[in-house]
Ligand binder design. Structure first.
Ligand SMILES: [Zn+2]
Length: 254
């Protein structure tokens, strides 16, 4: 009996080691190969001029930032270099309709507009009415639920439904490496929660691809019930990001 337990235990360790070794192999091999391909086929890393509102932004005394939490993508830091940033967001077909569903939709739109106005103080943003031409799209829809496999048990885990999500896509525009941000904000949030969610996700959309560990920042990693305004630390971080080199917005090599 005891022997059998020992055998099972060793087998589990062996299996775990194999899984880890395989994972390391999978992680190391393609990424180094990918990096070489990226170097050859993408623009080199260069710095764009700082947009005027960020150039003028000075925080005295300096209240800090969370730049070390920000992840650059394979295309570099996810910053914008053409202004104003074009944003499209869902609107009801008939906003004057008095139905409860339309009233809720209008509340959602108000929250989106308010968030855009707040961030517009630091980066020029404009609303456009054709989604296909937008840099940032804000959809009034439920983010997808992504089941994960628990590596320990091999069982499928269904996470709690998310209420907001931002993702990005790369494409080529005028021979330049470009990106598009797609934000999804759930229709079932309260007005105040919608405002918090859009403010946070729009921060990601503007380039803050990471989370603050301080609950007084809009990009705090966890949802907080109170509506936190954009902090000096959020803008200090944003400014640092826009001072970084990126491949985005630069022409592809010939
Ligand atoms: Zn976030």
């Amino acid at each position: 009996m005891q022997k059998q337990i020992k055998y099972k235990f060793n087998l589990k360790i062996l299996l775990n080691c194999l899984v880890i070794a395989l994972a390391i192999l999978l992680i190391i091999t393609p990424s180094s190969a990918l990096e070489k391909d990226v170097e050859k086929s993408l623009p080199s890393l260069q710095i764009h001029p700082l947009p005027t509102p960020l150039k003028e932004w000075e925080n005295q005394p300096y209240s800090g930032d969370y730049f070390e939490q920000i992840q650059p993508s394979v295309g570099g830091y996810l910053l914008w270099s053409e202004f104003p940033i074009k944003i499209y967001f869902d609107r009801p077909d008939n906003p004057d309709d008095t139905a409860a569903t339309t009233r809720r939709f209008n509340q959602w739109v108000n929250a989106v507009e308010q968030s855009i106005n707040e961030w517009n103080n630091y980066l020029p943003i404009t609303e456009i009415y054709r989604a296909e031409l937008a840099d940032i799209i804000i959809e009034r829809s439920e983010p997808p639920i992504e089941p994960k496999i628990d590596p320990e048990t091999g069982q499928m885990q269904i996470p709690r439904a998310k209420t907001a999500q931002t993702r990005y896509e790369f494409y080529i525009k005028n021979k330049k490496l470009s990106h598009k941000m797609i934000i999804q904000i759930s229709p079932r949030l309260s007005a105040i929660a919608t405002l918090s969610a859009v403010r946070h996700e729009l921060g990601h959309g503007l380039g803050i691809w990471g989370h603050s560990l301080d609950e007084n920042d809009v990009l705090y990693w966890s949802q907080v019930s109170a509506s936190i305004p954009i902090s000096a630390r959020d803008i200090n971080t944003l400014k640092k990001i826009y001072e970084q080199p990126t491949r985005l917005g630069w022409p592809l090599p010939n």
